[in-house]
Design a protein around this ligand. Structure first.
Ligand code: NOJ
Length: 515
């Protein structure tokens, strides 16, 4: 990893990053929507978990057509979430608690509400090339066969310019033309703006989508083995294509050196890889000196956290320390429904899968409470991807239901009506789990304290897979992860485990031996 000597807050080699989805964390105004002051109030929760940093999902002005990932102004705070002064306080409070702050940078696209897009549509010569405009084919149809990652065509007609604009995601998220030096200058300004406000790092949204082949060639049909690996459900037509032309062509990888230059040597930069076929290989190529610190793909969560997927990542990554290890996010259904049976036994096993991982770890708010995926009525759902395939979509909105801080009423999330219905089971709250020694929350705290204080150097010296069992060897610790339902024999008693064990580990359990 890049050495960052100039930082006051040096980054550990394999940081634990706690993701906060601002609208769903804590509301201090009674609006039913979480806000920045709510984050300030509850930041100690992330510190208590042993996180090194918090990552804030977008809190910028946005029409929320895609949950805030449709940014209308990259250098301001959404008025429903607070003010720039609140943001400054958040950074100050985080630093007081020893937490670094990472913010999302959505550079692939803006909202159609962004002034840049409006000027680009109007043909303002300064903004004319800020987005990816292309003429129709002579018969008026789209310039090529590219599809958006959510499935519908990636081109939308604009009658004023009489051209199509490209969008990797929804039609409300026009893709920026990142080859335009003026756009690059804007992005540099944005990164410097936030660094000057004390931000310590960035999560780069959809880093694999940033560039595309300017010749706009059609993507070929995906071979079955490629199709299986493309992110997303198999019924989404995006998986029918091999994305060789619309994602990171030749010079795309090098583009991240710009991000490094703009962010500064001492910033931690982690990228989200959305390409399925070569996901882990791309993570390795993006996370190199002069590029990103780490990158992460959907392979492990989408597999339902299997031993096979875990081993596959270790086999394919140049160095496991470049990979971001995670199971839940605002884009995935809560992992306990998919990768586990929803029990505390499974929640603790999967917590150790993360706490022993050989690289950056991403935790998503609420997983430390063992929350499972809630059912939502269609009328409550706003997520464009869930709605497109309702009720068979990925369940992104379920993962965004606000988290319970206490029992009763609206669980101390809000004094108003929460923006999504909160139907958490009794006893799920932070308040109850804090006083219950056997709770999932207390286990997460203990597991991540052990990672930080006692596991030592997390550079993997060796690893092996035997069926459902993964063994990891670190200089100061040995780990056994049993992903299967059957018990397995082990040598003696581990120093730390997901359940008590001696001579034998039950199915779905993990143990750590310290040197
Ligand atoms: C990845 C984000 O995590 C997701 O929520 C969003 O829909 C897409 N990028 C588009 O920004």
């Amino acid at each position: 990893m890049t050495d960052r000597p100039s930082s006051d807050r040096r980054w550990p080699d394999a940081p634990v990053i706690y993701q906060i989805y601002p609208r769903s964390f804590r509301d201090t105004t009674g609006s039913g929507i979480g806000d920045l002051n709510g984050i300030v109030e509850k930041l100690h929760h992330a510190a208590d978990l042993g996180a090194d940093a918090v990552w804030l999902s977008p809190f910028y002005p946005s029409p929320w057509d895609d949950g805030g990932y449709d940014v209308a102004d990259h250098m301001a705070v959404h008025p429903a979430l607070g003010t720039m002064q609140d943001f400054d306080q958040l950074v100050a409070r985080a630093h007081d608690l020893g937490l670094r702050v990472i913010i999302d940078q959505v550079f692939n696209h803006t909202s159609t509400d962004a002034p840049w897009f409006k000027r680009s549509v109007a043909g303002d010569p300064v903004y004319s090339d800020y987005y990816v405009w292309a003429n129709p084919k002579p018969d008026g149809t789209q310039p090529n066969n590219w599809l958006s990652q959510f499935g519908p065509p990636a081109w939308t007609w604009n009658h004023i310019r009489q051209q199509y604009y490209f969008h990797n995601f929804t039609s409300k998220q026009p893709s920026l033309n990142l080859r335009n030096p003026d756009v690059q200058a804007e992005l540099r300004t944005i990164m410097r703006f936030w660094r000057d406000r004390g931000v310590d790092g960035f999560r780069i949204d959809a880093v694999t989508s940033l560039l595309f082949d300017p010749s706009l060639k059609d993507n070929p049909v995906a071979a079955p083995e490629v199709r299986d690996k493309v992110s997303g459900e198999n019924f989404v037509p995006y998986t029918y294509q091999d994305h060789v032309h619309d994602l990171l062509p030749g010079d795309g990888i090098d583009f991240v050196s710009n991000l490094r230059e703009w962010a500064g040597e001492d910033a931690f930069i982690i990228g989200e890889v959305t390409s399925g076929n070569q996901s882990i290989e791309l993570c390795s190529r993006l996370a190199t000196d002069g590029g990103l610190d780490a990158a992460y793909a959907t392979d492990l969560p989408e597999s339902g956290a299997t031993a096979q997927a875990y081993a596959d990542i270790l086999t394919r990554a140049d160095a496991p320390g470049q990979i971001g290890w995670w199971l839940s996010s605002h884009d995935q259904p809560r992992h306990l429904g998919k990768a586990g049976d929803g029990s505390a036994h499974d929640a603790k096993f999967l917590a150790l899968v993360l706490a022993t991982a050989p690289g950056t770890v991403l935790l998503y708010q609420g997983e430390e409470l063992g929350l499972t995926q809630p059912e939502l009525p269609r009328a409550a759902v706003t997520d464009p991807l869930d709605l497109l395939y309702w009720p068979d979509g990925p369940g992104r909105e379920g993962a965004r239901v606000p988290i319970p801080w206490a029992e009763g009423g609206n669980r101390a999330f809000t004094t108003g009506t929460p923006w999504l219905p909160m139907t958490w089971p009794e006893g799920a709250s932070v308040a109850v789990q804090h006083i219950d020694e056997g709770s999932v929350l207390r286990f997460y705290r203990a597991a991540f304290a052990l990672r930080r204080d006692r596991m030592g150097d997390l550079t993997l010296s060796d690893w092996s897979r035997d069926g459902q069992i993964i063994r990891l060897t670190y200089p100061d610790a040995r780990v056994v992860l049993n992903f299967g339902p059957e018990a397995a024999s082990i040598d003696g008693t581990p120093d730390f485990a997901s359940v008590p064990m001696d001579g034998e580990m039950p199915g779905r359990s993990a143990g750590i031996w310290l040197r």
